[in-house]
Unconditional design. Structure first.
Length: 320
């Protein structure tokens, strides 16, 4: 890919490598810098009882995202540094026959994942209520409705339930591969069409409730017309709060490897336009993120998740 870009430089200060984490067994693969980002952001917002409108996502899916457009491919990969995310489309049994499901993709699939994470974080229960219908789900989460929206939501829920996830990472001790799923498909009831609930796997439930990264949902709703803008916002929400005050350079080829779908020149145009959309919903991003001909510059800014005011203890709560 080097020949497709203006610069032959790569950013060695870059920490776009994702948390290679799907479940408990991946703890040894967690990158310390991403742990710090998640911990710093969680310190600003607690799931239980929080008035903020937050979704929660496994940090690996915040760094290496789903396909942005519907695809007939059965396998999809993203890479960042030594880490690789591989998604494998699955099948679900319905009316006695297995039906091939597509890979989850697009803005709606991303919002479903955030909604699942939010419900798990708030209720501390892997059984997630999806509502009585697709229309009810869309209304509840402030997404676009309509017949097409209902059908697409059903498509994405089934795709998420069926998809297999592999995370690979090359370490000093050798290559490691971990396998996981988001939903326990054996509990999915499709006999009446819309499943009123899904049961998260133990691995995914543990990831979003103990290490989930909080993402501001009003901002995501504002970006729902652009899956790439949603990906940039989610990635930057974790990355920028831990950046240094000095500008850090990231070459286009590093961003292409992590985000691109399509030819390099088009990616650069799309990425630039999507970054402008992110600035509209997160002004701090515009002050800490700058596009240049050879790549981007970034530096520290506060998380888009606002700090919660300290709750003043009532007199009866004060220990004498």
């Amino acid at each position: 890919m080097m020949s497709e870009f203006d610069s032959g430089h790569r950013s060695h200060a870059l920490d776009v490598e994702p948390v290679a984490l799907i479940g408990r067994r991946l703890g040894s693969l967690v990158q310390s810098h991403v742990q710090q980002v998640v911990e710093a952001t969680l310190a600003q917002s607690k799931p239980a009882g929080s008035p903020l409108d937050l979704g929660y996502i496994d940090p690996v899916l915040a760094q290496l995202a789903l396909p942005r457009k519907a695809t007939d491919a059965r396998v999809f990969e993203r890479r960042s540094g030594e880490a690789i995310l591989r998604l494998e489309a699955g099948q679900l049994l319905r009316n006695g026959r297995f039906e091939a499901q597509p890979l989850p993709s697009g803005s709606l699939a991303r919002f479903v994942l955030l909604a699942l994470g939010r419900e798990a974080a708030l209720t501390k229960n892997p059984e997630i209520n999806l509502g009585r219908s697709a229309a009810a789900f869309l209304r509840r989460w402030g997404c676009d409705g309509g017949g097409d929206g209902h059908a697409e939501l059903m498509r994405q829920v089934k795709a998420i339930a069926a998809v297999g996830i592999l995370v690979g990472r090359r370490t000093k001790s050798g290559d490691r591969t971990l396998v996981g799923r988001i939903v326990d498909a054996t509990t999915l009831d499709l006999e009446r069409g819309w499943p009123r609930s899904v049961h998260l796997t133990a691995e995914f439930f543990d990831a979003v409730t103990t290490r989930g990264a909080p993402i501001l949902l009003p901002a995501v709703r504002g970006l729902r017309r652009s899956a790439l803008a949603m990906d940039i916002f989610t990635w930057a929400s974790l990355r920028l709060p831990l950046a240094t005050p000095q500008w850090t350079f990231i070459a286009w080829e590093s961003l292409f490897e992590q985000f691109a779908e399509g030819p390099a020149p088009k990616f650069r145009r799309d990425f630039s336009a999507a970054a402008q959309l992110v600035t509209r919903v997160w002004p701090g991003f515009g002050r800490a993120f700058s596009l240049i001909p050879t790549g981007v510059l970034l530096r520290h800014t506060n998380s888009p998740v606002p700090r919660l005011p300290r709750r003043r203890a009532r007199h009866s709560e004060v220990t004498p």
